[in-house]
Each structure stands twice: as C-alpha cells, then as structure tokens.
Design a binder for this molecule. Structure first.
Ligand SMILES: CC(=O)N[C@H]1[C@@H](OP(=O)(O)OP(=O)(O)OC[C@H]2O[C@@H](n3ccc(=O)[nH]c3=O)[C@H](O)[C@@H]2O)O[C@H](CO)[C@@H](O)[C@@H]1O[C@H](C)C(=O)N[C@@H](C)C(=O)N[C@H](CCC(=O)O)C(=O)O
Ligand SMILES: Nc1ncnc2c1ncn2[C@@H]1O[C@H](COP(=O)(O)OP(=O)(O)OP(=O)(O)O)[C@@H](O)[C@H]1O
Ligand SMILES: N[C@H](CCC[C@H](N)C(=O)O)C(=O)O
Ligand SMILES: [Mg+2]
Length: 497
C-alpha cells in the first residue's frame, strides 16, 4: 500500500509533507525505531518513559520510508525537508487506524470474542476455543500463553498485543482460514487503545478484583477501562457478564437488557445458572440452565471459580450458535489449561499433591486455597511471591490470605524484575499476622524444594503465581525457570529418600 493511500484513512493527521516518499510503497509498520528497516513506516508512540516520536531520525536513518509522530515530538525534533515526517494529534488512534487499514480490518472479518476481567480470561478463552474446535469451527486464540490456531503457535509477549502486532496476527489468522478469533482483552489494552478497529460478536466480563493499581489510578479507573469493551464502539453482538460480581452487576445495569446474558452460580434469575451442584475433588457436576434449554453436565475443572469460567464460555458459544447438547457432551474431556491448577505427578501413587497455579492476585490466591482445601486431606503448604515493578498494594493482602488459608506459608520471589527482591518479601510479610510464622526463602528453586521435601504424606504443596511461565525475570535479565521442572526434580529426590 502506498503511504498516501494509507494516510488518507487516518482521521487525525495534522500535517502532510510534500515529499516523494508519499508515493512510496509501505512494506511494514514499526513502533520501535531500533527495529526499522527499508520500506517501513515508523509510528512514534508517546509512552510512559519516552515519546517514540523523538527517535524519528534514527528510524529514517535505518531505512524507514517515513515517520508519523506527535506534534510535541515534531516541535522538539523539527523535521528536515529531506525526511518524510507526518504529524498526527492522537497517536493511539492513529496507530490503531494505520494498523487496521494496512491489514484490511481483519478484526471485522473474523467473528471475534473478547474476554476481559481480572481473573479467568485465559481459562475462559481456552474453553471457548475448545468448544468451537469441537464443533469443527476454525478458531484462532490470542492471550497470555500464546497466539495459536490449527498448525500454528507463537508464544505471547503480552496478554493483548499492541495494535500493529495485533492487527498483523489477526490478518494472518484470517488468511490461514480461521473464522473465529477468541481474545483475552487486558485492561492495559483497553486503556491504551490496542484493540481499536476490532469489533466483537461477544464480549465476556468475568470479574473485577484488585490488580494493576500501579497502572490504573484506582478500582473505578480499572473498571472504566474494562467496561470499554462493552461500549458500542467495540461490542456489536452480546455481552456475557458475571452477575455474581458486584462490578458485573453494575455493567449489566448500564447495558440494554437485550444485549446481555448474565450468568450466576446460584441465582436462578440469571440467564445462565446451575442447579443440583456437587463439588467433587476432581471436578463439579450439576444441571446447567441456559437461554437455549437445560442439560446435565460434569466438568473436570475444580472449584466454584472454574464453574463461573465454564458458564461464561458456554454463554459465549451458545450465542455463536453452538448446540447445547454438543457443548455439554464435550465438557468432561476438556484438557485444562497449562499452569492453571496443573498437577505435577511423577508417580500414580504419589504421597503428596503438588499443584502449579497462576494465582497472582489476592482474589485468585484465595480462590485457589479454598478450592484445593476440598481435596487435600493433610496440610496445605503454599509457596508464593509477588511480581516486582507491579501493583505493590496487593502484596500484604496476598500475605494475609496465605497466612489465613494455608497451613504453612512459604514466601519467596516471583519475578522481582528491577525491584529489590527483599523489599517485595517485606511487603508481603507486612500482611502476615505476628502469630503466624512463615518460611521465608528468596530463592524460588530452594523454596519449592524445601516445601516438597518437608511435606508429609497427604499434604498439598501449592506453587502459586507463575503457572505456565518458563522464565524468571531478575533485574532486566530473563532466565529459564519453570515451577513444574523444579517440582518434578524435588519429587524425584523425595522418592529416593
Ligand atoms: C504499561 C505498559 O503497557 N507499558 C508498555 C509501553 O511502555 P512505555 O509506555 O513505557 O513505552 P516507552 O518505553 O515510554 O516507549 C514509547 C514508545 O517509544 C518507542 N521507542 C522507545 C525508545 C527508542 O529508542 N525507540 C523507540 O521507538 C517504544 O517502542 C514505544 O513504542 O510500551 C512498551 C513498548 O510497546 C511496552 O513494552 C510496555 O509494556 C510493559 C513492558 C509491560 O509490562 N506491560 C504489561 C504491564 C502489560 O501490558 N500487561 C497487559 C496486562 C496483563 C494482565 O492483564 O495481567 C498485557 O496485555 O499484557
Ligand atoms: N473466574 C475466576 N475467578 C477468580 N479467580 C480465578 C478465576 N479463574 C481463574 N482464577 C484464578 O486466577 C488464576 C489466573 O487465571 P487465568 O489465567 O485464567 O486468568 P487471567 O485473567 O487470564 O489472568 P492474567 O490477567 O494474568 O492473564 C488461576 O490460576 C486461578 O488461580
Ligand atoms: N499478567 C500479569 C502477570 C503476573 C504474573 C506474575 N508472575 C508476575 O510476574 O507478577 C501482570 O502483568 O501483572
Ligand atoms: Mg491471561
């Protein structure tokens, strides 16, 4: 596409230069000046640290055909006549419009399902992907773990990619023959306009509890970001909303009733709800009531929160036209999600349970501890930490929850990032009452090993916070680290004793 044609679709361009490059072919879009090569259009995004537009000269020196930047960046680094530099007021909108136009609006060609909420997005999107695949509908999945579809998988850097990468991935997914796209939509993505240009046939809201208060000013601001997914700008079809969540209730009240299906674990006035519930150590069974009829089901996912995830996913696929009987018949075979309530088992007759889970917020840690209590006959030993350079205020809350709900709390490092690991441990310990004596071990590998070796037959060791992650971020370095591998090693050592 020629630069001139591309820019014609952007609303906010302030100034178009007279430059031969306006008729040049654009091969790719880049938001990182260091990644620019010949044929690229550099989009200089204002960020929290710097304004990318300040680097237009280096982008052009690396071969970029042109740069599009904010008027502020242009003022600081005035364009020279030899360079093709375009200015635009709203760079967020501009970037998303450029990306969507360049890739020919794939977010409007795929039938998109967007899932937002503090916890459960990855689980719900996996359930929806599974149901659609069982109905033989070609589906792309995008989220925390990976972008994948039949014959393709790529590890994800973000839960929701930035606009340029997002539109490119959606276009590749559409070109590969997918009809559906199931996406986790993070509050960061909504606040930063990463999904501008996408239209959703279904929007799911799972819940809102504390997280990310380093990025959002407060819970209202966090809620406002999540609620954006349900605005007419994005949501064309139906909203599937958790009516057991207080923010979910507010969202339902703010939308036209005919656009919403609510779900609840126990409220029969909701559109999707349950009766005859039986919570078992290895799953849940009951009767599922839906706008398309009722059906008996058995789910292999443990705990009430996973039942909520199931209701959300069933609501989404029923709206997309799947048959309720088919959906119910495949639930028992759902293979689960990596790093979510994942058992580490090296022997069938292992004397302790070891569970890896991605609980990294107060609410998810509480849910995890309550759900696992049901099938751990002995003591519960919870190994956990908190991420550095992220919401500090959740740390003492997680400390308190672990102290109250586990029998032994082992406080260790998660991803310290550039923070002093000891400071993170101290923040967690602040929430632990004096009467409780946690084990404190900064080195996560040692903490996992100690917990597994100390456990008595019947005990459960919960390794929380890192789930599927196969790395640990120490400072700015990313090292290989996988809770499951360390757990397996420690289990082998335990068996030899
Ligand atoms: C808060 C946030 O989302 N920050 C993202 C943001 O960083 P920033 O605003 O500080 O960027 P910046 O460093 O000021 O740079 C601004 C722009 O200038 C460009 N630049 C910069 C320097 C240079 O020399 N040349 C250049 O072109 C950068 O590429 C960037 O486009 O833009 C960066 C570049 O695209 C991202 O890497 C960074 O993600 C950070 C690392 C991050 O961790 N984000 C997490 C919190 C995140 O987005 N998480 C959500 C939610 C997960 C959940 O729900 O749990 C997710 O969707 O993954
Ligand atoms: N519906 C839910 N309500 C509360 N907690 C949940 C729910 N679903 C999952 N959890 C807990 O939260 C953890 C993370 O779940 P999941 O990965 O599905 O959420 P997510 O919203 O994708 O998280 P992230 O924003 O970090 O990507 C799980 O490991 C589990 O402990
Ligand atoms: N998507 C979450 C991941 C947290 C995972 C945890 N292991 C950590 O590093 O804090 C976030 O960006 O806050
Ligand atoms: Mg996720």
């Amino acid at each position: 596409m020629k630069l001139r044609e591309l820019l014609a679709t952007v609303d906010d361009v302030v100034q178009l230069p007279q430059h031969p490059a306006m008729d040049a072919e654009i091969k790719n879009l880049k938001t990182n000046s260091h990644a620019c090569v010949a044929g690229d259009l550099f989009i200089g995004m204002p960020g929290t640290r710097v304004d990318g537009g300040d680097f237009w000269q280096s982008a052009i020196a690396s071969g970029a055909v042109a740069a599009i930047i904010s008027p502020q960046a242009a003022q600081k680094h005035p364009p020279t006549p030899s360079a093709c530099v375009v200015t635009a007021d709203d760079m967020t909108k501009t970037c998303a419009q450029l990306a969507a136009t360049f890739h020919d609006y794939p977010g409007q060609k795929l039938k998109l399902v967007g899932v937002t909420g503090t916890n459960g997005k990855t689980t719900i999107t996996h359930l929806i992907e599974y149901f659609l695949h069982q109905a033989n509908l070609p589906t792309a999945l995008m989220g925390t773990l990976y972008t994948r579809w039949h014959g393709f998988v790529q590890t994800a850097a973000y839960t929701t990619p930035f606009a340029v990468e997002l539109q490119q991935q959606l276009a590749t997914a559409f070109d590969a023959g997918n009809e559906y796209g199931v996406m986790e939509v993070s509050s960061h993505a909504l606040a930063q306009g990463r999904i501008l240009g996408c239209q959703f046939e279904v929007g799911v809201f799972s819940n809102l509890t504390q997280d990310h208060l380093d990025f959002h000013l407060n819970m209202e601001d966090y809620f406002a970001a999540k609620a954006l997914l349900f605005s007419p700008q994005y949501l064309k079809g139906r909203a599937i909303i958790n009516a057991d969540d207080s923010y979910g209730k507010r969202l339902i009240a703010s939308l036209k009733p005919e656009k919403v299906w609510s779900y609840s674990v126990n409220d029969s006035t909701a559109d999707l709800w349950m009766s005859n519930l039986s919570y078992e150590p290895n799953g849940v069974s009951g009767t599922l009531h839906t706008p398309k009829g009722k059906v008996a089901f058995r789910s292999p996912l443990v705990g009430q929160y996973n039942l909520e995830n199931l209701l959300a996913a069933v609501g989404a696929v029923l709206h997309l036209g799947l048959d309720l009987q088919l959906v119910a018949s495949v639930i028992p075979e759902f293979p689960g999600v990596p790093g979510r309530m994942e058992r580490v088992q090296i022997l069938p007759e292992q004397d302790i349970s070891v569970i890896v889970d991605y609980a990294h917020t107060p609410d998810s840690l509480e849910n995890l501890l309550k759900a696992t209590r049901a099938f751990i006959p002995g003591k519960m030993i919870c190994v956990f930490g908190c991420g550095g350079d992220r919401d500090r205020t959740k740390r003492p809350k997680m400390g308190k929850i672990a102290a109250e709900l586990a029998d032994v709390a082992v406080v260790t490092s998660d991803n310290p990032r550039t923070e002093d690991p000891q400071r993170i441990l101290d923040d967690i310990l602040e929430g632990i009452p004096e009467t409780v004596k946690p084990i404190v071990m900064g080195d996560r590998a040692t903490a996992i090993r100690t917990a597994i070796l100390q456990a008595q037959p019947g005990d459960g060791v919960l390794l929380a916070g890192k789930g599927h992650e196969d790395y640990q971020i120490l400072g700015t370095e990313k090292i290989h680290f996988d809770d499951r591998e360390h757990a397996r090693e420690a289990l082998e050592e335990r068996m030899k004793r």
